[in-house]
Design a protein around this ligand. Structure first.
Ligand code: NAP
Length: 251
């Protein structure tokens, strides 16, 4: 049997990240649950431990270089060298272009792009040493363009280019890099979007479902299943890909 892999999942205190962390743990991966607030990560860690898995909680801002370096060092010390990285932390700061502030632009770029860059850079040496690595970055269907999301769509399209470049640079070390582009997934992020639009969530969901061929919105478990595939040993020949997980064709 191969030794237990160690994964880092960012933005894992809730939503898709929590779903991914719990799924990886179920697949016998030890997980560092990273989010802004360490205390907020604890319930996820407790659920993983209660199910017989191994996990630790770490508070870190993925856009902060020192915090990221320290977080990865803690993972190495407390769990072992991370060879699976899921760059999932995300924020939205939606507004039409003419109302979008520079700080809303910078905040979104900071978490999605700078964050994915800092974590990938900090983890790659451990993956190179192991001759094995899986980097999975969360993009979005918004990468194809979405009204009110000039910052977010640019960041999520950027994530795709970043992913393909990692695949090119790191492939020869046994490291794959892939992106998942979710459609409508029911989390606090989509609840916040409904609120901003002044819609009741069920109303917002019904409106969204009309354009989803499978006739339902997605759940964190739908994304976690795709992550589990990309993170697996057997996905070693799949790299530089963008998988739209959106209940229908998006690209
Ligand atoms: P969510 O429920 O808002 O969760 C995001 C998590 O990321 C939160 O726990 C948040 O912490 C954390 N986070 C934010 N900024 C951070 C930072 N600087 N450092 C560390 N953690 C940070 O979002 P979600 O819906 O699960 O989304 C997860 C990912 O999927 C994001 O990248 C998102 O863009 C992408 N995505 C989501 C959807 C969707 O429909 N939900 C669709 C496409 C793509 P706080 O609570 O402290 O802010």
């Amino acid at each position: 049997m191969t030794a237990q892999r160690i994964a880092i999942v960012t933005g894992a205190a809730r939503g898709i990240g929590a779903g991914v962390a719990e799924r990886l743990a179920k697949d016998n991966v030890a997980v560092a649950v990273i989010d802004l607030d360490e205390a907020a990560c604890k319930p996820v860690v407790e659920r993983i431990e209660a199910a017989g898995g191994r996990a630790i909680a770490i508070g870190a801002d993925v856009a902060d270089e020192t915090a990221v370096e320290n977080a990865v060092e803690r993972v190495v010390e407390e769990l072992g060298a991370p060879t699976v990285l899921v760059n999932n932390a995300g924020i939205i700061r939606d507004n039409l272009l003419f109302k979008m502030t520079v700080s809303d632009w910078d905040a979104v770029m900071g978490v999605h792009l700078r964050g994915a860059f800092l974590l990938s850079r900090a983890c790659q040496k451990h993956m190179v040493d192991a001759g094995f690595g899986r980097i999975i970055n969360l993009s979005s269907t918004s990468a194809l363009g979405n009204r009110g999301q000039a910052n977010y769509s640019a960041a999520k399209a950027g994530v795709q280019g970043f992913t393909k470049t990692l695949a090119l640079e790191l492939g020869r070390f046994g490291i794959t890099a892939n992106a998942i582009a979710p459609g409508f997934i029911e989390t606090e992020m989509t609840h916040a979007t409904a609120e901003r639009m002044g819609l009741d969530f069920e109303e917002f969901k019904a409106y969204g479902v009309k354009d989803i061929p499978v006739g339902r919105v997605g759940l964190p478990a739908d994304i976690a299943a795709a992550v589990a595939f990309f993170a697996s040993e057997e996905a070693g020949f799949v790299s530089g890909q963008v998988l739209y997980v959106a209940g229908g064709p998006k690209a």
